[in-house]
Design a protein around this ligand. Structure first.
Ligand code: APR
Length: 311
């Protein structure tokens, strides 16, 4: 039995970091695909030269030819432009749409059986476009956002309480943008509700920081957006699929009636295993959460409208 093959389309900050993580964990062989000549080849060779020290037998190649994705089990797409200070994820819609239209047909052609994880922004729209262009079934197309937003929420809660990040569970639903829905009611320290440790007022402040978490990093980096945490989050999804872990994680999933949403992607808890999005978990939302979720859904719908008007 050969090793699993993971194609990373986009070998930039997130793509390169993911290749490094995959090699370190021996998750599979890596194909880094990018339009920049030499760059994916250079990163693949650099990581290959690290493998003897890392004690990893993974094989990595870099390429400018989509054909090298052939036979990939999982494809992770970060091809796109990241935002600069002052930009929202939505400002990337026009430019990243064109990139997705170049990438998705090639995934359909060369990796027709792959599970596809989309990372490019605006996430909920790019994953919609991926499904539309490839025509892949809904269990095989998903977006990475919820794990990242949740990890940011968990990190802030850990900083606030001083507890280990490992004890802190949380959930963030909705679209990947300013309207996302962090769920403090579902946040706990190893089962103990966070309200026992943090005042309501401070929780609200942490929720706001979580919503703006991506922008905070962009403001600090100035030249691009976050990449370490997004890379970890996408690799957690790939691992859940390749190792059939049945993890319950928030991901952008294609809804057909769940949460009252029909025909597009939004962040919800799903079960991720060997068959991709194996199940969608419907949480009971209270009135305030329902209202925030509806606002987030409306925002995604509006962007889908803008996307369709571009054609
Ligand atoms: N095919 C393959 N790669 C492409 C294509 C394409 N058609 N178009 C652009 N790329 C590559 C770029 O050459 C670049 O190397 O995608 C890469 C993107 O890398 P970065 O610019 O470093 O961006 P990164 O920080 O990795 O973020 C990528 O994820 O989080 C989102 O908003 C972010 O949309 C952005 C994406």
């Amino acid at each position: 039995m050969g090793r699993k093959k993971i194609a990373l389309v986009g070998a930039g900050q997130i793509g390169g970091t993911m290749a490094h993580l995959i090699a370190g964990r021996e998750l599979g062989d890596v194909v880094l695909v990018d339009i920049k000549e030499g760059m994916p080849q250079g990163k693949a060779l650099d990581i290959t030269e690290a493998t003897p020290i890392m004690k990893s037998d993974c094989k990595l190649i870099g390429t400018n030819d989509y054909k090298d994705m052939e036979g990939a089990d999982v494809v992770i797409v970060t091809a796109g432009v990241p935002r600069k200070p002052g930009m929202s994820r939505d400002d990337l819609l026009g430019i990243n749409k064109k990139i997705m239209e170049a990438v998705a047909p090639n995934i359909k052609k060369y990796a027709p059986d792959a599970y596809v994880i989309v990372v490019a922004n605006p996430l909920d729209i790019m994953v919609h476009l991926m499904k539309k262009i490839t025509g892949f079934p809904k269990n095989r197309v998903m977006g990475m956002a919820g794990i990242l937003d949740t990890a940011r929420f968990r990190a802030f809660l850990a900083m606030e309480t001083g507890f280990s990040v490992q004890e802190i569970n949380a959930m963030v639903l909705g679209g990947h943008g300013d309207t996302m829905v962090p769920m403090p009611r579902y946040a706990n320290v190893n089962g103990v509700p966070i309200s026992k440790f943090i005042s309501e007022e401070r929780i609200e402040e942490i929720v706001t920081r979580t919503r703006k978490g991506g922008g905070e990093i962009v403001g600090l980096l100035k030249t691009g957006s976050a990449f370490y945490a997004p890379a970890e989050a996408a690799i957690q999804m790939a691992t859940a699929i390749l190792h059939d872990q049945k993890r319950l994680l928030p991901c952008a999933a294609y809804l057909e009636g769940e949460y009252g949403v029909n025909g597009f992607f939004i962040g919800v808890p799903v079960v991720l295993g060997a068959d991709g999005v194996e199940k969608i978990i419907e949480l009971d939302l209270n009135d305030k959460e329902k209202e925030m979720f509806a606002t987030s859904v409306d925002h995604v719908k509006k962007l889908i409208g803008e996307l369709e008007a571009m054609n």
